[in-house]
Ligand binder design. Structure first.
Ligand code: PLP
Length: 395
């Protein structure tokens, strides 16, 4: 039988060297827990990087995928399929959107959004090229999404990237006058995820919406990480009472199954006429069935609502045990998307957590990200508080 060590050696010998996984091979997941090849159990507080929003192997999701797998997988957009239609309808019913385009990932959704914004102005006979984005943002690794990403370290060695982009400081008032009638679109995360879980000042997103609207620039909200309940509402922008022109989604949308989506107002979506944009796997029946089931569990079973109470308790517990006792500097974030502030010690914290049987992730050097399932149960919550306290004690 293949051992974990043999698998690790085979992985290291055959993968590109762009990831730095620890020495374990995961073989099973159930709810808040995963199990490695040697039978060791871990509490999963990162859930596939804020993706398995209803945990591992949720029974309803497993059942829906089994049924769909026996019915139909893939027909491409040459034909309609039922789960894709039902998902698009549900997304429109539960958001500002009037039209949906399906793709496979966050980066692909953002590429589509950037293309759509430029095409929208082109179609009005007054082309605009300028895309404004923000410092410390993260929008993905493909050329356009990478250029929108406001972290120069990710650009290094990949130039030339597409032109027409500029980055502004996130959360600052002074940027509004920079947005003008030459601006095709502003792309922004309502809360910056990879940049360190940075929440802008209250009202800033609303003023950004007002300014873009006043000058006819489109507002693209990148809700790839913040969406699908992560902050306690289906979309993070609901907290600010605004709506975008275009929204990008991925990650939690499929609950662990790869899918991305572009949501838009009908007037904007109208620019993607046949031939302008497409994706072979977009709207794949398995992926859309997964996403439809995720929405049903979150919205029809009260999971989204209950997650707000779990988030309140978890945060209060972290404040009590870790912040009030001086073990860490603070807790940031919204909903079940939390950052533990541990300046200079994020990777040491992550590694110690792994030894304690907890999966978390380091956002740079200073912040440890927690993105548990919104279905986080009582056992997981207690284990998180006890385990993270033990980890903080060791640092
Ligand atoms: N946008 C945001 C806000 C993200 O956090 C990410 C991934 O972390 C992406 C886009 C890229 O998504 P993907 O890795 O699915 O391409």
């Amino acid at each position: 039988m293949t051992t974990q060590r043999e698998l690790l050696e085979a992985g290291q010998a055959s993968f590109f060297p762009n990831y730095r996984q620890p020495d374990l091979v995961l073989v099973k997941g159930e709810g808040d827990w995963v199990v490695d090849h040697e039978g060791r159990r871990y509490l999963d507080l990162i859930q596939g990087i804020a993706t398995n929003v209803i945990g591992h192997a949720h029974p309803r999701l497993v059942a829906a995928l089994k049924t769909q797998a026996e019915a139909l997988w893939h027909v491409s957009n040459l034909y309609w399929n039922e789960p894709a239609i039902l998902l698009a309808k549900r997304l429109c019913e539960t958001s500002f959107a009037e039209r949906v385009f399906f793709c496979n990932s966050g980066a692909e959704a953002n590429e589509g959004a950037l293309k759509l914004a430029r095409r929208f102005h082109h179609d009005r006979g007054a082309p605009r090229q300028e895309i404004l984005a923000f410092e410390k943002s993260f929008h993905g690794r493909t050329m356009g999404a990478l250029k929108a990403t406001g972290q120069p370290k990710y650009h290094e060695g990949f130039e030339p990237l597409p032109g027409g982009f500029e980055h502004l400081p996130f959360g600052e008032e002074a940027i509004f006058e920079r947005i003008g009638e030459q601006t095709a679109a502003v792309i922004v995360e309502p809360i910056q995820g990879e940049g360190g879980l940075i929440v802008p000042p209250p009202g800033w997103l609303r003023r950004l919406r007002e300014r873009t609207e006043a000058v006819g620039a489109l507002l693209i909200l990148d809700e790839v990480q913040s969406g699908i309940g992560r902050t306690g509402t289906l979309w993070a922008h609901e907290h600010e009472g605004i709506t975008p022109d275009i929204l990008t989604s991925a990650k939690s949308l499929g609950g662990g199954f790869p899918i991305g989506a572009l949501l838009a107002r009908a007037e904007v979506a109208a620019s993607f006429v046949p031939g302008t944009h497409a994706s072979t796997f977009g709207g794949n029946a398995l992926a859309t069935r997964a996403a439809l089931t995720v929405l049903e569990v979150l919205l029809d079973e009260g999971v989204l609502e209950a997650s707000r109470e779990t988030a309140r308790r978890l945060r209060a517990g972290l404040e009590d045990r870790l912040v009030a006792t001086g073990k860490i500097e603070g807790v940031r974030g919204v909903g079940l998307w939390l950052g533990l502030e541990v300046p200079g010690k994020a990777t040491a914290f992550r590694d110690a957590a792994l030894e304690e049987g907890i999966l978390v992730n380091a956002l740079g050097a200073d912040v440890v990200r927690l993105a548990p399932a919104l279905t986080l149960g009582a056992e997981g919550e207690a284990a998180a508080l006890e385990g993270l306290t033990r980890v903080a004690d060791r640092l």
